[in-house]
Write a protein that binds this ligand. Structure first.
Ligand code: PGA
Length: 239
């Protein structure tokens, strides 16, 4: 794993440069998207670079990691809504080329993996990390060979995410998420983490054992992972 540490702004810029480089080589790349607070700086940077004409998403396809079960794309806490607002509607992407798992029609959600394959596979997958080590909504204990599936959210995850909802009871109890295998199939991966609440889990997934108890630890086995950390998230790293 390549580890890059800097201020929140620096890492957003450096991560954005990875997209610039990829799209220069492969304008029709397939990008794996993530939601949450962490990617907002990166998305703002990508919007800026798009407006400046440095990058174009005209031929790009995207596949997002996850979605809440029960929320459709018009719900302001759905991840489809988040992506439209924070990235897709602000760049020159064709919305028809953007994919977020359906939170409504979840019965055949494993077909999402087939759609990704049919699009040529993900070239660059973006990830945040939960304080419990989850990637996407793959909570601790998720099998390494999992593909897109429905999960019951941990109480702690619902509590952490309740900041975006009026009250805890409004946070969906289930989500649909790419599996660990789906994520590991990506040709390259970026994981970003910001803030001191992530410091312990950052140390655990980078320096600790590869274990299903820490879903992000599987990334130690992927050949092309770049981890972007702000100083607070990196504070407990020993090496
Ligand atoms: P955050 O979420 O970016 O809002 O911290 C990350 C995650 O839970 O994967």
């Amino acid at each position: 794993m390549k580890i890059i540490i800097g201020s929140e702004q620096e890492i957003a810029k450096k991560a954005a440069q990875q997209y610039v480089d990829l799209l220069a080589k492969k304008p029709d790349a397939v990008l794996g998207g993530a939601t949450g607070s962490t990617p907002l700086g990166l998305y703002a940077e990508l919007v800026k670079l798009n407006k400046e004409g440095v990058i174009s998403f005209k031929d790009v396809k995207t596949f997002n990691l996850d979605e809440y079960v029960g929320l459709d794309g018009s719900h302001d806490q759905s991840y489809r809504y988040f992506m439209n607002k924070n990235l897709f509607e602000q760049v020159d992407i064709d919305l028809a080329n953007t994919h977020v798992p359906s939170g409504i029609d979840t019965e055949n959600c494993a077909a999402y993996d087939d759609e990704i394959k049919a699009a040529g596979g993900v070239d660059l997958q973006l990830l945040g990390i939960g304080v419990d080590g989850h990637i996407g909504f793959n909570e601790p204990g998720t099998p390494w060979d999992s593909i897109t599936h429905v999960v019951e959210l941990e109480q702690n995850t619902r509590e952490v995410n309740s900041r975006f909802f009026e009250k805890l009871e409004d946070v969906p109890t289930h989500a649909v998420t790419m599996g660990i295998k789906t994520v590991m199939n990506a040709r390259a991966i970026i994981l970003m983490a910001i803030g001191k609440s992530k410091a312990e889990i950052v140390k655990a997934f980078i320096e600790g054992p590869v274990t299903e108890a820490v879903p992000a630890s599987i990334l130690q086995l992927h050949p092309f992972v770049t981890v972007y950390l702000d100083e607070e998230a990196a504070a407990l790293l020993s090496k």
